[in-house]
Each structure stands twice: as structure tokens, then as C-alpha cells.
Write a protein that binds this ligand. Structure first.
Ligand code: ZN
Ligand code: FE
Length: 250
């Protein structure tokens, strides 16, 4: 079964996400509480819990406001983010080489998690696997929340990680089935594609993607990122590091 996911624009260019579960929703990366509470109210939903991709305040700043409004709720993040995510109550010790069960079920979907260091040292990806996928029949696409590790046609800055860690994290994400939807933390896609075009000027899929860009580009897919993301397409960690350094001053 495919969960219903609503993107909620927050701050300047952030996305929080609502994963609908009956008359409640789990909130991914509540940057601030007001727009999230308004979106929940509009949809007739209550917040049931929080999934945080990493500790940065533009992904966690709304947690305390949600708790003040709806009452206490589980707040999940990587175990390594202990002490950095407000009200964290679930400490998921996910490994960096594969997805493991996080012992959570949302909207009938099993939640898996993997450690994806690079942007921060405790970044975690949340993967909602359809019931069909969990049974191995592979019908459902699956949805992954990538935070600031993978953006559409880009990746996050290396604040607490190395090029090698970011390279491994992106390869793990883009090793998922090609139709997997990837929901990311910031709407940076237009600028990312300008950089991607400068890196690979003759590569048609980048130009095609830039030509047909909506104002809201989330989610992307594994297939699209493999075709257009210069950091996913880097041949190794060294090339990724060179491209990341070039992007910082682009
Ligand atoms: Zn961040
Ligand atoms: Fe961010």
C-alpha cells in the first residue's frame, strides 16, 4: 500500500512532510510548527509522531511547538543525534551499509532506516516500504526521506562528514529500486541543475529536466537522480569531493 504524503513548505525553501495514517499523521522534519499545524488542520489530521532526518534547526525547530499543541508524541532520529534533537524519544541505531527495520509501522508501511552520514554525522534516511515490497513481490515503489543528504540534482554541504561518507550514502540511496520516490529537505533544484549542467554540459537528461521544472519538485526518483545528479554520478569519492568544493563557490 502506498502512503499519502503531503509536502509542507516551511521557512524559505524547506519542506516538512506529513505521512497520513488514518486521522493522524507522522511529521517528517518539522522546520517550524505553525505551517505544519495549519496543514494538519486543513486536512483534519492530528500529529502522531515525528521522524527527524538530522538535528539542524531548520528540520527540528517545530518539534516543541507540535508537542505543545498536540501533546507528547514519539520523536525518532538516529541514536547518534542523542542530545541534539529536541524531545527525541526513539534512538535508532541504523547502520550505514543497509536499511534495517526501525520497529515502526506508519499507514500500514514498515519503516526502515539507514545511517547516511556526510551532511551531518548522524543523518538518517527513513524508508517507507509498501506491504507488497516487504513481502518481496516488489509492486510498491517505496518512499524515502533523505533530509539534506540527497537533494534533487544535488547533495548537502559536508558539515560533519567526508566526501567518502557522502559518496557511500548517495550510492546506498540510489541503489534502491529505480522507481523509489525520494523526498528531500530543500527546494534547491533549479540552482542544482544549473551546476549539474556546468559539470556535464553535453548530458541531455540534465537539460531536459531543467526545461520542464515545476516550482515544487519533490519527490524525485532514484532513476532521475542517477540520470542527472552530479554527486550521484561522480565516479568516486574523490570526484564527489571535487564537485562539492566547486559547488560551494558556484
Ligand atoms: Zn541540514
Ligand atoms: Fe536543511
Amino acid at each position: 500500500m502506498t502512503p499519502t504524503i503531503t509536502a509542507v513548505p516551511c521557512l524559505r525553501d524547506n519542506y516538512a512532510y506529513l505521512v497520513h495514517d488514518g486521522d493522524t499523521a507522522w511529521v517528517v522534519d518539522p522546520s517550524e510548527s505553525a505551517p505544519v499545524i495549519a496543514a494538519l488542520a486543513r486536512l483534519g489530521l492530528r500529529a502522531a509522531g515525528v521522524l527527524a532526518t538530522h538535528h539542524h534547526v531548520d528540520h527540528t525547530g517545530g518539534i516543541e511547538g507540535l508537542i505543545a499543541h498536540f501533546g507528547t508524541m514519539p520523536v525518532a532520529a538516529h541514536a547518534l543525534d542523542r542530545g541534539r534533537v529536541p524531545a527525541q524519544s526513539l534512538f535508532i541505531d541504523a547502520p550505514a551499509d543497509r536499511f534495517i527495520a526501525a520497529d515502526l509501522t506508519i499507514a500500514g508501511c514498515q519503516v526502515l532506516a539507514a545511517h547516511i552520514p556526510g551532511h551531518t554525522r548522524a543523518a538518517i534516511a527513513w524508508y517507507l516500504v509498501g506491504a507488497d515490497d516487504a513481502a518481496g513481490s516488489g509492486d510498491a515503489e517505496g518512499d524515502v526521506f533523505t533530509g539534506d543528504t540527497l537533494f534533487a540534482a544535488g547533495c548537502g554541504r559536508l558539515f560533519e562528514g567526508t566526501p567518502a561518507q557522502m559518496h557511500s550514502s548517495l550510492q546506498l540511496l540510489c541503489g534502491l529500486p529505480v522507481a523509489t520516490r525520494l523526498w528531500f529537505g530543500h527546494e534547491y533544484t533549479a540552482a542544482n541543475l544549473r551546476f549539474a549542467a556546468a559539470v556535464e554540459p553535453g548530458h541531455t537528461p540534465i537539460a531536459v529536466r531543467a526545461e520542464h521544472l515545476a516550482s515544487c519538485t519533490t519527490p524525485t526518483t532514484v532513476a532521475l537522480e542517477r540520470a542527472t545528479n552530479p554527486f550521484v554520478r561522480a565516479r568516486d569519492a574523490i570526484e564527489l569531493g571535487e564537485r562539492r568544493a566547486a559547488k560551494d563557490t558556484f
